[in-house]
Design a protein around this ligand. Structure first.
Ligand SMILES: Nc1ncnc2c1ncn2[C@@H]1O[C@H](COP(=O)(O)OP(=O)(O)OP(=O)(O)O)[C@@H](O)[C@H]1O
Ligand SMILES: [Mg+2]
Length: 221
C-alpha cells in the first residue's frame, strides 16, 4: 500500500525567461513503512519535493495524496492540521525552540494539537535516542548530535504517518551523522513509520530501502 502518491507534480517559480522549473513532472509513490532516500545535485528540486509532501508548499500543477488525503483539496487551516497530525519534520539545523526544554520540545507537536501524549511510547523513544538524562535542559547546551536526536523524538511524538528529513546529518561530522541516521532508521523501522530523507551522503543513502535520484526537477530512473 502506498502512503505517498505523487502524480505529474510541477513547481515553477517566476515566469518568462527567468522561470525556474524546480519540479518538472514528478511521479512517484512511497510505500507504507518504506525508507526512501532522495539524492541529487544542489538545486535539483529535492527540498521542493519534500516540502510538497509535507504540505509546506503548494504545487503549480499535479497531485499529492498522503495517507489518503489529497493535499490540493485542503484549505490553509486544514493543511496546518494535516502537518501537525500526519507529518514529522526533521531539518538540517534541528529547529528546536530555544526557550523550551528538551521535553517541552518533544511534546510540542502534541501540545499544538491539544492531544495527550502516549507516555509509554515516549518513554521508549527517549530511551532509545539516549535522551533520558537531558529531558530538562535547554537545547543551547546540547551538541548537534544531541539536538538532532531531540528533533527525531519530536518528529515521532505525535505518531505521524510520514517522517520527512531534509539533510538531517548535514551539520554533523561523519561519526555523529552515521549515528543520527542509524537512530532515525532504527526508530522509524521499529514503529513502522514511513521515512523520506534527503541526503548528500551516498553512504547514508545506502541505509534506505530505495534511493531516488533527482536531476533538474525530475526523477531519474
Ligand atoms: N522560493 C523560491 N523562489 C524561487 N526559486 C526557488 C525557490 N525555492 C527554490 N527555488 C529554486 O528551485 C530549484 C530547486 O530548489 P531546491 O531547494 O528544491 O533544491 P535542492 O535539490 O533541495 O538543493 P540543495 O541540495 O542545494 O538543498 C532551485 O533552482 C532553486 O533556486
Ligand atoms: Mg535542499
Amino acid at each position: 500500500m502506498s502512503i505517498i502518491t505523487i502524480h505529474n507534480l510541477k513547481k515553477y517559480y517566476g515566469s518568462g525567461s527567468s522561470q525556474v522549473k524546480a519540479l518538472d513532472g514528478v511521479d512517484m509513490t512511497v510505500a507504507q513503512g518504506e525508507f526512501a532516500a532522495i539524492v541529487g545535485p544542489s538545486g535539483s528540486g529535492k527540498t521542493t519535493l519534500l516540502n510538497m509532501m509535507g504540505g509546506l508548499d503548494l504545487p503549480t500543477q499535479g497531485e499529492i495524496i498522503v495517507d489518503g488525503v489529497t493535499l490540493s483539496s485542503l484549505r490553509e487551516e486544514q493543511l496546518a492540521v494535516f502537518r501537525r497530525k500526519r507529518v514529522g519534520f526533521i531539518f538540517q539545523n534541528y529547529n528546536l525552540v530555544p526557550t523550551l526544554t528538551v521535553e517541552e520540545n518533544i511534546l510540542l507537536p502534541l501540545d499544538l494539537d491539544g492531544s495527550s501524549p502516549d507516555t509509554g511510547f515516549l518513554g521508549d523513544v527517549t530511551e532509545l535516542l539516549g535522551l533520558k538524562d537531558i529531558m530538562h535542559v535547554y537545547p543551547e547546551t546540547l551538541s548537534g548530535g544531541q539536538q538532532q536526536r531531540v528533533a527525531i523524538a519530536r518528529a515521532l511524538s505525535a505518531k505521524p504517518a510520514i517522517i520527512l528529513a531534509d539533510e538531517p546529518t548535514g551539520n554533523l561530522d561523519s561519526k555523529n551523522g552515521q549515528n543520527v541516521a542509524g537512530l532515525l532508521k532504527m526508530t522509524t523501522e521499529l514503529y513502522h513509520r514511513t521515512l523520506v530523507m534527503i541526503t548528500h551522503n551516498l553512504e547514508l543513502a545506502q541505509l534506505a530501502d530505495r534511493v531516488i535520484r533527482m536531476e533538474d526537477g525530475r526523477i531519474m530512473e
